[in-house]
Write a protein that binds this ligand. Structure first.
Ligand code: DX5
Ligand code: ZN
Length: 218
């Protein structure tokens, strides 16, 4: 299995002091930043868009920005995010009729491409794209909100993917933290770990970041 990538979700950061709060978790050992984009249509919540990515990029020229698009028309925003400085553009398979074409478009724009599935969507929906995309995201909560409970019931999807694709980056997102949730996800084969609340709300963020990494790499 590939090495751990620890990706704090800035949805749980202080949006009023975003660049500084985000930089802190990078300084404490996080590998990338997970940026949650919600359009109020694909999910029942709104968050931020490309202008915030552009501002973050200005403050942190080298940090890998992993953008998770929870939007109904993912093809619409590819160029905006590429221009803003996003490194990875992950869209939901439920939101696009031709994921292979969208992956190509994302690559042509100079970004890595990820494909995400909601908890209720079977893994078969993403299997055809696992060798075309740079990462598959298995949602471990219903997308839309931070701070929800991890769903162990989706772990068979992670296992299936890991068995078929030993070198694939498999991301899990939602409700992850130290303890049972990271143990369960790592055992199933996930290596890219999104953690919002458990990192940003922790008194010792560094310990959470290194603890998550240790479980995945052990
Ligand atoms: C949910 C988002 C997640 C979320 C994770 O729609 O995709 O990235 O912010 O937050 P926690 O770790 O708090 O569940
Ligand atoms: Zn996310």
């Amino acid at each position: 299995m590939p090495q751990a990538v620890i990706a704090p979700s800035i949805l749980a950061a202080d949006f009023g002091d975003l660049a500084a709060d985000a930089q802190k978790v990078i300084d404490l050992g996080a590998d990338t930043l997970h940026v949650d984009i919600m359009d109020g249509h694909f999910v029942p919540n709104m968050s931020i868009g490309a202008p915030v990515v552009k501002s973050l990029r200005k403050h942190m020229p080298k940090v890998f920005l992993d953008c998770h698009l929870m939007v109904s028309e993912p093809e619409k925003w590819v160029q905006d995010f590429a221009s803003a400085g996003a490194n990875m553009y992950t869209f939901h398979v439920e939101a696009h009729a031709n994921p292979a074409a969208l992956i190509e478009k994302i690559h042509a724009a100079g970004m890595k491409a990820g494909v995400a599935v909601k908890p209720g969507t079977p893994v078969e929906a993403v299997l055809p794209f696992a060798d075309k995309a740079d990462m598959i995201l298995i949602m471990t909560v219903e997308p839309g909100f931070g701070g929800q409970s991890f769903m162990p019931s989706v772990m068979p999807k992670v296992k299936t993917l890991r068995e078929k694709y030993p070198n694939l980056d498999i991301q899990v997102d939602g409700g992850l933290g130290l303890g049972e949730t990271i143990e369960t996800a790592a055992t199933a084969g996930a290596n890219v770990i999104v953690a919002g609340t458990s990192v940003f709300a922790a008194p010792d963020r560094k310990a959470v970041i290194s603890g998550l990494r240790q479980v995945v790499n052990s």
